[in-house]
Design a protein around this ligand. Structure first.
Ligand SMILES: *Cc1c(COP(=O)(O)O)cnc(C)c1O
Length: 389
């Protein structure tokens, strides 16, 4: 790949490995294994596989490698490892580097399954996990003691859209010798500044904007070659979290259009949040692209997600959801189809009411994933549904 290519060129061409047939669309190598020309060749490949040599699809596959290389090129990292889901990526990025006795500092506003790994799994193996308010730098400063092994957070949190200042947190973490591992799903590869701001490892759920059309599960861990081809690959290839070649092929096609899709979705999200802002029936309209957002300006654009807080609470929020015609009630995000979610009763149901309250997940909160439909239609649907509450 040419170093000078802009991201719009990389998303179409980076990582392409063309077979002898000269196919235009990336080939789907739907194979688990690879044949060797001789016993000697098999032996040599097990000693060390070259850049374009594969031994077993749990370790790597040409279609999966194209996806890894293309996503790494977009993110600006040396290497990537593709995983079966976003959670396989979060788990792998943490487990590959942690051992008993280590300390991890994490932001408390996390996706439910990330919280499970940090709160339930890691402590079982003797890892100490300390939670902080990710937007409060003084809490990071106090919690990240010398010898802390890693910090972990969502660069933009789910569902309340807190934006964490990676440049500042990375400075604190690196001074203590800690790795900075970020879940970058809400920022998307299009608006990501994670590596430039100091993140060491960037984790994605490819299920979201990278697929972008709600078809396949997938994920990726991105970072320096040393880390990815070292501890990450070793852990992932032996524990079985590999991405299927078919899913990698779908994700490769997703990357070709991600810039166009995400920018269109973000423009609609901006228009919708501006259209709803100030409505007396809403206690809050949370969107990083609104000037009133506490971390406005930390992201180059506001992104594709909006959260609204129906002032009258759960029953009114449910009436709004049930009245929607274009927006679909579901819990995925990043899809071409616009999606509305009620976190308190679905994605964050597992939390106690007190924990939800501390995270700002009220009974009236609705998370909106803005899709590719006409933004005027989407806003009309919401304002019409608001009349029903
Ligand atoms: C969806 C999501 C994940 C998990 O991804 P899967 O592909 O569903 O496993 C992790 N983090 C965040 C922020 C997410 O939105």
């Amino acid at each position: 790949m040419s170093e000078n290519w802009k991201s719009r060129t990389r998303m179409v061409h980076a990582g392409t490995r063309r077979s002898g047939y000269g196919e235009m669309s990336e080939a789907l190598f739907l194979t688990q294994g690879f044949a060797y020309e001789s016993a000697e060749a098999a032996e040599a490949r097990f000693v060390e596989a070259g850049e374009d040599e594969f031994v077993y699809a749990r370790y790597g596959n040409p279609t999966v490698a194209m996806f890894e290389d293309r996503l790494a090129a977009l993110e600006g990292t040396e290497a990537g490892f593709a995983t079966a889901s976003g959670m396989a990526a979060v788990n792998g990025a943490l487990m590959a580097f942690l051992k008993a006795g280590d300390r991890v500092v994490a932001a408390r506003a996390l996706f439910g399954s990330c919280l499970y790994i940090l709160e339930d799994v890691l402590p079982r193996f003797g890892v100490e996990v300390v939670f902080v308010d990710g937007t409060d730098l003084s809490q990071w400063e106090r919690a990240v003691t010398a010898g802390t092994r890693a910090v972990f957070y969502e660069t933009v949190s789910n569902p309340t859209l807190e934006v964490i200042d990676t440049a500042a947190v990375a400075r604190i973490a690196h001074a203590a010798g800690a790795l900075v591992i970020v879940d970058n799903v809400f920022a998307t590869p299009v608006y990501s500044q994670a590596v430039a701001q100091g993140a060491d490892l960037v984790v994605y759920s490819a299920t979201k904007h990278i697929d972008g059309q709600g078809r396949c599960l997938g994920g990726a861990i991105l970072g320096p070659r040393e880390a990815i081809r070292g501890p990450v690959e070793t852990y992932m290839k032996h524990t079985g979290g590999a991405m299927s070649p078919f899913n990698a092929w779908v994700m490769l096609k997703g990357l070709e259009t991600i810039d166009l899709r995400v920018r269109a979705q973000a423009a609609s999200a901006q228009a919708i949040s501006e259209g709803l802002d100030g409505d007396a029936r809403l206690a809050r309209v949370i969107y990083p692209g609104l000037p009133a957002h506490p971390q406005h300006g930390l992201m180059p654009e506001g992104g594709t997600m909006v959260a609204i807080d129906v002032a009258a609470g759960k029953d009114a929020a449910f009436r709004l959801l049930d009245a929607l015609r274009i927006w679909t009630i579901s819990n995925n995000l990043g899809d071409a189809k616009s999606i509305a979610t009620h976190p308190a009763t679905t994605t964050h149901q597992r939390l106690t009411p007190e924990r939800r309250a501390a995270l700002g997940i009220t009974d009236g909160l609705i998370r909106l994933s803005v899709g590719l439909e006409d933004s005027g239609d989407l806003l009309d649907d919401l304002t019409r549904a608001l009349e029903m509450i």
